[in-house]
Design a protein around this ligand. Structure first.
Ligand code: ZN
Length: 263
């Protein structure tokens, strides 16, 4: 090989650029196509899905109820549109509970995507470029953000997606909440939820921690967990394929729904 050949370096550079930028772009495009198709088919797949509220662009924020009795668990996913694995995990859980309702002994409300406008553009924020997970009226909401992708909105609960989640809590008065994100690989908890997080960790094996490692003013966990004192686990999925995520978390989510507090 002639290492003094400038053409060789051009080829190597081109190869590097394709691997570094082209492949992730194509992967994202494929994932977005899949997500868009799944979102479009939600109500065709099951009539049990209903519309709870609308997004900024008028898209449906779906929900459905499974199980019966007291102590409702709320399972929310898709706060961030660039974490579509959370959306697909909740859709799959819905399919499982429809086929095998006896897996749960308590009620659950499933919300596969809080932020459909972000989901369908593979973007963290909503249509107003606001991070829904920084827009909650917790004690620590802040008008400033370190980066644009953490934009907290003009005021707490300025966004329709945030208000939809507040209305869900108001309506169901959940005994506990699981909020699914990616891709930090942890069972992060807020409020009185350490035992709940540990019951999930016993199945999915992810670390249990009250810290994500950086400050999250206006986050959902800070609001529902620390301000309202509802046990909240933020399930941060690792970056693994759907099949592995399902193996790790189907049982963890069912354990959360069936959880029996010790005190
Ligand atoms: Zn997230």
């Amino acid at each position: 090989m002639n290492f003094h050949n400038p053409q060789l370096y051009s080829y190597l550079l081109l190869f590097f650029l394709v691997i570094r930028f082209g492949v992730p772009l194509i992967r994202k495009k494929i994932e977005l196509n899949q997500t868009t198709r799944l979102y479009g088919q939600i109500r065709l797949k099951s009539k049990r899905w209903q519309v709870f509220a609308k997004s900024e662009r008028g898209r449906n924020i779906y929900y459905r109820e499974e199980g019966s009795g007291s102590e409702t668990t709320l399972i929310l996913a898709g706060f961030h549109g660039d974490e579509p694995a959370s959306f697909r995990l909740v859709l799959r859980l819905a399919d499982l509970l429809e086929a095998e309702p006896d897996l749960i002994s308590k009620p659950v409300v499933l919300i596969p995507v809080v932020n459909p406008d972000g989901l369908l553009e593979y973007r963290r924020t909503n249509a107003n470029s606001v991070d829904i997970n920084r827009n909650f009226p917790g004690a620590n909401w802040s008008a400033s953000a370190s980066e644009a992708k953490f934009s907290p909105g003009s005021k707490p609960a300025s966004e329709p997606e945030t208000r939809a989640v507040l209305a869900l809590i108001e309506q169901y008065k959940p005994a506990r909440i699981i909020s699914i994100h990616g891709y930090l690989n942890m069972n992060n908890y807020d409020g009185p939820a350490r035992e709940l997080a540990e019951s999930m960790a016993a199945v999915n094996g992810y670390p249990v921690t009250p810290e994500v490692g950086y400050s999250t003013p206006g986050s959902f966990g800070g609001y529902a967990g620390r301000k309202l004192n509802i046990p909240v686990v933020t399930l941060e999925l690792p970056r693994l394929n759907d099949e592995v995520l399902w193996q790790q978390n189907a049982g963890a989510l069912i354990a959360a729904i069936n959880f029996n507090p010790q005190n």
